[in-house]
Write a protein that binds this ligand. Sequence first.
Ligand SMILES: C=C(O[C@H]1C=CC=C(C(=O)O)[C@@H]1O)C(=O)O
Ligand SMILES: [Mg+2]
Length: 427
Amino acid sequence: MENLCSGLIKQIQAHKLSALSAITYFKSEMQLTVELLAWLKAQEMYPQFYLNYRDEPITIASLGKVRLFSDEKMAQQFVQQQDLPLVGGLTFSKQAKFWLPRLLLENIDNILHVTIYFDNEQDFVTEQHACLQAAKTLEKFTALQSVKQVVHKIGQKANTEVWTNWIEQGLAEIKQGHLSKVVLANQTEFLSNQPIDAKDFLAESEQQNTGCYHFLLAEQAECAFVGSTPERLYTRQGQHMQTEALAGTATITDNPQYNQQQTDWLLNDRKNDHENRLVVQGICENLQPYVNHIAVCDVEVKQLRQVQHLRRCIQAELKNNVADGVCLQTIHPSAAVSGLPQQSAVQFLQKTENFDRSWYAGTLGIMRKLQAEFCVAIRSAFIEQQGEQSKIRIFAGAGIVAGSVPLLEWQEIERKASSLLSLLTIE
Ligand SMILES: C=C(O[C@H]1C=CC=C(C(=O)O)[C@@H]1O)C(=O)O
Ligand SMILES: [Mg+2]
């Protein structure tokens, strides 16, 4: 690590102002396994971003920002023109936030790649100082600790009665033909007896919630958005994109026999199949104008720690000029988190749910010229520091279609929320 750090410092010090490119980068790599969450835990530079991929041995973490984009099309243009990566995403209500980090760490197959970005269009001395500071962060790690904090519930946006009422409203819209699906969610708040470190919490979740993407976004020290999601928004290699419909849920317990019964039931249940097919339909219809070819794979079951889901993978060949700006706009928010028709469903949610979803059910990921990876930020929570305590707001939602039973959907969101909640001790 020391070599890596001093190598980067030498590169930064040797850098002369360049009029040739807007951004200069300094790169170094080493065969090394590092705990990126332990590195992030030691840092005081923001924003912090972290993404551990679901299907590949890739984890990325970043600190700071050099350039910021609040429009995904501008972000895409920058990526294509500069051939540089941007991290970030879109909130549920499609507010884009993408940035070129000051420092990007990528763990790919146990090789650590470090890149520091220098903005040639900013004050030279200030940039040089910021880059040197960034290099020095590689010297600092803080050991991760297990989360033992006790929490107690302080509130929820919907209790079972309110929830039932929301669902009945949704079902009425479905019956009248205004909607075919709407994904309602709840927010539950807890307070801890001692501060909970978001990185410790996410590290614990990584251990327990396997088969997921693990993500963290902290724009400042006091608040972090974290989660472990089973759902991909899309991945893109050149013009080849893979997306998926993940919707339809059954229970998982520690009884393999019962789990198998649940799997069989899930695969044959009409309501869950319908829930899933509507996501496929929404994605395919929206993507149609932008693809040369699109194919839907057979249904499969994705098993997690508390729940199992129906999944249909979708492969598409994007038209030549189509890139991430369009992909993000057309797929997000999919009918797995919003509903169908998309706009009417989102309007219904805005007037029904009594809280702001913010990053919950938004999308987070990384955009590059030739590659992109975005997850759907469900099974997520905000962790806010309040003196010696932490407040945790956990979100969970469920797809409502004709035939949904309010209390069963309540049980479903409780199970989904427990993927994160079970990491803590509830008083
Ligand atoms: C909206 C959520 O889950 C979605 C993803 C998988 C299964 C779902 C379901 O069966 O309802 C939801 O569509 C959430 O976990 O908050
Ligand atoms: Mg469901």
